[in-house]
Design a protein around this ligand. Structure first.
Ligand code: ZN
Ligand code: ZN
Length: 226
């Protein structure tokens, strides 16, 4: 509801740095975005791999998704764009991010059987801002790709999520993430969030969807924390 208003208030310049007259990104911010496909990212954790194609300790080796992918690294202008998605000009930012997701997605990731499921933000934050950034991003990806969106996850606050096999820190973090299903999940889920950091929220969401019968879950974010 607030999104059109926020769009009107967004300055007509670079979405990341505010440079006037350069929309959606100025040359410097465009140049400084680090695209991860160039590094042959790991299909499990979405992190760049070392030269030679391996990395020794994949943090997502036991993750409940089939693969995870993000077009850009969460550094430099990407951090400012994510802040802009959250706090101002949500729709132009989401459109730019969606274009990069759809253009760069590995083959089969956004296939015809897929359904986009946004990872819900904590309800308190959504209430304060008036919108949920993952939901805005999922709708922008849907508009560009034709893939439907189903909002079947709801975040309710404190509570326990079983995270067998996850690292201790991630398990502790996931233990504070309470996600409920509001309807049966689609069979081929593309989880959508803005940033993949520890992966705890994505793990909790993917585990919920798998437990409820989703046959395939992949995780797509616009940015990946290195
Ligand atoms: Zn800029
Ligand atoms: Zn990995």
């Amino acid at each position: 509801m607030l999104t059109p208003l926020l769009d009107l208030l967004a300055p007509p310049g670079c979405l990341a740095c505010g440079e006037p007259g350069r929309s959606p990104l100025c040359g410097a911010c465009r140049r400084d975005l680090r695209f991860l496909n160039d590094s042959g990212p790991c299909p499990r954790c979405a992190l760049p791999r070392r030269p030679g194609g391996t990395h020794h300790h994949c943090p997502a080796a036991d993750a409940p998704w089939r693969l995870a992918w993000a077009p850009v690294a969460y550094t430099g202008p990407a951090t400012r764009l994510v802040a802009a998605l959250k706090y101002r000009g949500a729709l132009p930012c989401a459109r730019l991010m969606a274009a990069q997701v759809v253009a760069g997605a590995p083959p089969g990731l956004l296939g015809p059987a897929a359904t986009l499921v946004p990872v819900p933000t904590h309800p308190g934050r959504t209430r304060r801002r008036g919108y949920d950034q993952a939901d805005v991003l999922a709708r922008a990806i849907a508009a560009r790709s034709g893939i439907p969106v189903v909002r079947c996850l709801k975040r309710t606050g404190a509570g326990a999520v079983r995270q067998q096999g996850a690292g201790r820190a991630e398990r502790l973090e996931a233990g504070r993430i309470d996600l409920r299903l509001t309807r049966p999940p689609p069979s081929h889920v593309v989880l959508v969030d803005d940033v993949h950091t520890t992966g705890a929220t994505l793990r909790a969401a993917a585990a919920r969807l798998r437990e409820a019968g989703a046959a395939d879950v992949v995780a797509v974010t616009w940015a990946r924390t290195l």
